[in-house]
Design a protein around this ligand. Structure first.
Ligand SMILES: Nc1nc2c(c(=O)[nH]1)N[C@H]1C(S)=C(S)[C@@H](COP(=O)(O)OP(=O)(O)OC[C@H]3O[C@@H](n4cnc5c(=O)[nH]c(N)nc54)[C@H](O)[C@@H]3O)O[C@H]1N2
Ligand SMILES: Nc1nc2c(c(=O)[nH]1)N[C@H]1C(S)=C(S)[C@@H](COP(=O)(O)OP(=O)(O)OC[C@H]3O[C@@H](n4cnc5c(=O)[nH]c(N)nc54)[C@H](O)[C@@H]3O)O[C@H]1N2
Ligand code: SF4
Ligand SMILES: [Mo]
Length: 897
């Protein structure tokens, strides 16, 4: 179970670590050359990916740049020593607790902390401060699955393993865009499909890239999943597909669940009407489910982020219990987790309503954890969940908050309220790797955290596999590990004895010991086998799935014996009744859905540093169906104003029939650092929340959309970072071939053109500028040189006509401009230039839409394989294959027409 973590040869080092992005948890090998240059590749020995990586994983080295890092602790904007910062945090928290009690302080943490960080945070808050006011962004992510698991399985444990994707005959993706959000798992599924013909059904109101490889797409009305699965449950039972042996021996609540399902969805016609689907489609899906022994139902945020998320999870578990499809190869419900350590956070009890090591707040459990920690002040009741927590901050009952590894000013619903709350809060501490984030702007104290490549610890992926993240680079500036920072604060608050940790390994050992403490097989989470692991063993720890009980073996698949973690050992089927959408949809309004894009990660603090990842979707974009666009006068590539009861946004329009009528989609990624007005959390209210899990409904917000027609458009390219500041539309991104070759800001505005040169304080416009005013067309073109090098250029147009950006962006990277380049500069085109690359489709090889279309036309390419042979596009991670097909389809349609 141990492997060599580090291999050195020829002056370079290779370190095995884990990707810091999604919950697939791919193993990565980082190669560090003698000169410090880093490259990454997939780890062929890692059970999650067996050598594969997706576009984000492949571009990890691009993000290891110093730009934007928070390098030193700061109080206000003043650089301070660690001692001063830690003293100040401890003093403020201790004083607040002394004056107003333990519940007047809170931590808001993240599934992107490592398990060791998370363990320390939870222990400090729940055992020593004496409050359970620690919640996590997992509340926005996995809370409904946690509830569903606990209610159905008796424990928060994903039953299966990734291998089940490969030995299933039918995989149903419910509210999961696996192709973009868990790309390597999707690659594994597609490889299995190629080999054994696995059938795939997608249940999603949008036609995502998953549909490309699917046999069936059920584009149901948003929020009607309960009806679809209740219908399936009733249908299966009425047609004799119950596994009576399994239900009799291993399940409770069968009849109650069936009665509720029949009442809700008595027949296929009712399901069809309520879900807005075709009867024949539903009947075919139900029949296929019934006829296939090996079914994996994968679900994610389309299910979880709903005001009925927990219930939806249980309707999925119900159909697997009724048919005995759990605990066997190729079978089971499968919650794919989002963040790299969403699972680890659940294991240490990072949610406000959990204790540690899968325990809750019963008197017995509080006592048990208290004795293990020798805790002076155990929290004995759940704390505030995220939405209530920020409301309590707004109300002033929580007076000090410490935010770690999450950006709630963007990602929380009603982010406007969150910002007001932070503005008012007496003490806001933010630990982050990046200095200037939307949340960091509200901090009184900023603490620099070590990031991926610098820190050590463990993470747990979606199939319960625990892997090491290993440091292979020196930290930026004075950055420190999150566990270390909290340990130092805990000592200063008077808890030195309980926080003796000098290494991540020491924290891990304690966590492992607690998981086994008075467990006796009663709690699913147990890694007692590792409680005596020494430092060398921790360094060499190879990936393994939990549970791994002392004296036993790591266990890949759970529940094979039909025993669950409920008191009587039986699975629970739950009676569920579908509820209408939580918010009324006014006439003419559209349902705003939100989520992820292929090449960005959350609030872009890291993926936004990579030019190639930023080129796939260069600006915040609104997806809208052609009919809805036409009805509102919106055009593809134009701008739109989106308004909801909570707030407003401006985004670039993408007209696409992938979006079903009546719905729109906005990515969750853009922040005030990257665009003028498109913070997703500002658009969604925090009223619609799952009553059991506390997870907000982030995918079904009523919105109106109208065209936003600017009087002028412009773009600015600059070698150095620019800080845009004007009231209209702008969006910025990294450009260039390498890391941060330059910065591009797209802009548009109403009325007179503001003085855009004010954004370039580093330049001397009077001195080095060449300028061309196109008075007739109301345009302006300017370029700033530093000797022979291009520093920046600005193009403004009143008629919307601006040159392509690609060639100009390339000039920023040149050491000097030749005569041709100088001559073409203000025209924006190289004399005799080739076509601009355009929007990037294949991120691995930076192949743009224009080159693709040109090659398809000129070289008569007819398949993805031919495109791959000609341009390499699609031949590495394969994430762009569905899009390549789409481009081919369009190119050929054009030819036919
Ligand atoms: N590229 C990329 N990958 C990521 C992330 C990232 O930021 N970028 N983040 C990671 C994280 S933390 C998470 S949680 C996961 C999320 O992974 P996913 O859950 O797959 O991603 P989302 O885009 O949030 O939403 C999934 C789908 O739910 C659909 N949906 C919306 N409403 C409904 C509905 O009522 N019913 C059904 N059935 N479907 C609906 C949406 O149309 C969307 O396609 O991704 C992880 N992976
Ligand atoms: N509308 C809408 N909103 C959503 C969602 C949605 O689908 N729609 N999805 C929700 C979901 S599922 C999630 S998971 C959240 C994600 O939303 P957030 O958690 O707010 O987003 P991130 O950008 O991942 O924030 C992580 C922060 O931690 C920093 N960081 C990275 N590594 C470290 C570290 O090691 N230590 C410290 N201290 N900091 C670090 C990063 O720089 C970044 O600022 O968004 C939620 N919000
Ligand atoms: S699939 Fe997820 S874990 Fe794997 S490389 Fe891509 S982002 Fe990283
Ligand atoms: Mo998430």
């Amino acid at each position: 179970m141990f492997d060599g973590a580090e291999l050195a040869s020829g002056g370079q080092r290779e370190v095995k670590t884990t990707c810091p992005y999604c919950g697939v948890g791919c193993g990565v090998i980082a190669t560090v050359k003698a000169n410090g240059a880093v490259s990454v590749r997939g780890d062929a020995d890692h059970p999650a990916n067996r050598g594969r990586l997706c576009s984000k994983g492949s571009a990890l080295a691009d993000t290891l740049v110093p730009d934007g890092r928070l390098l030193h602790p700061e109080i206000g904007d003043r650089r301070v020593s660690w001692d001063e910062a830690l003293d100040e945090v401890a003093r403020r928290f201790s004083n607040t607790i002394a004056q107003h009690g333990p519940d007047s302080v809170a931590f808001y943490v993240s599934g992107q902390l490592l398990t060791e960080d998370y363990y320390v945070a939870n222990k400090l808050m729940k055992g020593f401060i004496g409050s359970a006011n620690i919640d996590t962004n997992s509340r926005l992510c996995m809370a409904s699955s946690v509830v569903g698991h606990k209610r159905g399985l008796g424990a928060d444990a994903v039953p299966g393993t990734y291998e089940d994707f490969e030995c299933a005959d039918l995989v149903v993706l419910v509210g999961s865009n696996l192709a973009w959000c868990h790309p390597v798992l999707n690659q594994r599924l597609l490889a299995a499909r190629a080999e054994r013909g696995t059938r795939i059904v997608v249940v999603d109101p949008r036609r995502t890239d998953c549909v490309d490889a699917a046999d069936r797409h059920l584009a149901l009305k948003a929020g009607t999943d309960v009806v679809l699965f209740n219908g399936l449950l009733a249908w299966l039972d009425s047609r004799g597909h119950r596994d009576a042996g399994f239900t009799a021996a291993h399940a409770e609540g069968v009849e109650e669940a069936l009665a509720a399902a029949r009442a809700d969805a008595p027949d296929v016609a009712t399901v069809a009407r309520r879900c807005g689907l075709d009867e024949a489609e539903i009947a075919a899906f139900y029949a296929e489910f019934a006829a296939t022994g090996r079914v994996v139902t994968v679900y994610s945020q389309g299910v979880n982020q709903s005001s009925q998320g927990s219930d939806t999870v249980n309707t999925i578990l119900n159909v697997h219990f009724l048919t005995g499809r759990v605990g066997r190869p190729g079978c089971g419900p499968f919650s794919v987790t989002g963040q790299p350590n969403a699972m680890g956070g659940r294991e240490v009890g990072g949610l406000a309503n959990q204790l540690a090591a899968h325990m809750g707040f019963t008197a017995e459990e509080v006592d048990r954890v208290g004795r293990f920690w020798t805790a002076p002040r155990m929290a004995d009741k759940p704390g505030l969940k995220a939405v209530d927590l920020f409301r309590a901050i707004e109300a002033g009952t929580v007076k000090a908050v410490w935010i770690m590894a999450t950006n709630p000013a963007v990602s929380m619903p009603d982010a406007g309220r969150v910002r007001r709350a932070l503005e008012r809060c007496e003490t806001v501490v933010v630990s982050d790797c990046i200095r200037d984030t939307d949340t960091g702007r509200f901090a009184h104290i900023r603490l620099p955290a070590k990031g991926w490549s610098e820190k050590d610890g463990t993470v747990t992926n979606s199939d319960r596999t625990i892997s090491r993240q290993r440091a292979f680079k020196a930290e930026a500036g004075e950055a420190r590990a999150d566990w270390w920072i909290m340990t130092q604060v805990a000592r200063r608050m008077g808890f030195a004895d309980a926080f003796p940790y000098e290494s991540a390994a020491a924290v891990f050992r304690e966590h492992a010991a607690l998981s086994a403490f008075e467990n006796g097989g009663a709690r699913a989470f147990d890694i007692g086998a590792l409680s005596g692991l020494d430092d060398a063993g921790y360094d060499a720890l190879a990936p393994f799935p939990w549970p791994w009980r002392a004296g036993g073996e790591p266990q890949k698949r759970l529940f094979g014996d039909g025993r669950f973690f409920t008191a009587d050992g039986r699975a629970r089927m739950l009676a569920v009744t579908a509820k209408p959408l939580p918010r009324a949809l006014p006439d003419g309004a559209l349902l705003l859905n939100s989520g992820r894009l292929r090449d960005q990660w959350h609030t872009m603090t890291r993926t936004g540093l990579s030019a190639r990842l930023s080129a796939h979707a260069p600006e915040p974009r609104l997806d809208i169906n052609p009919a809805d666009a036409a009805a509102r006068g919106l055009t593809d590539g134009g701008l739109a104003r989106i308004a909801t009861a909570a707030g407003e946004a401006l985004a670039r329009v993408r007209v696409t029939d992938a979006q079903s009528e009546g719905t729109i989609f906005l990515p969750m990624h853009w922040t005030d650092r990257f665009t003028g007005a498109c913070v997703i959390g500002r658009l969604i209210d925090d009223e619609a929340v799952d009553p059991v899990s506390g997870q907000p409904d982030l995918k079904r917000m009523p919105a109106t959309v109208e065209p936003w027609r600017p009087d002028w458009t412009a773009f600015l390219l600059a070698r150095r970072p620019v800080e845009p500041a004007h009231g209209g539309y702008w969006a910025r991104r990294a450009v260039g071939s390498g890391n941060l070759g330059g910065h591009l800001v797209e802009m548009a505005g109403m009325g007179a053109i503001p003085d855009l040169t004010a954004w370039l304080p580093c330049l001397d416009p009077a001195g080095a500028a060449v300028e061309f005013r196109d008075e007739a067309r109301g345009g302006l073109r300017m370029a700033w040189m530093d000797g022979d090098r291009l520093e920046a250029c600005l193009f403004v147009a009143a008629d919307g006509r601006l040159p392509p950006r690609g060639w100009l962006a390339g000039l920023l990277e040149a050491d000097g401009l030749d005569d041709g380049a100088r001559a073409g500069l203000l025209a924006g085109r190289a004399p005799g230039a080739q076509a601009d690359e355009g929007r990037i489709v294949c991120a691995c090889f930076s192949v743009g839409i224009n080159r693709l279309v040109g090659a398809i036309r000129d070289r008569r390419l007819t398949s993805v394989a031919e495109i791959g042979a000609a341009l390499k596009a699609g031949t590495n991670c394969g994430s762009c294959v569905p899009e390549l097909k789409e481009v081919l389809r369009h190119a050929h349609q054009r030819e036919v027409a």
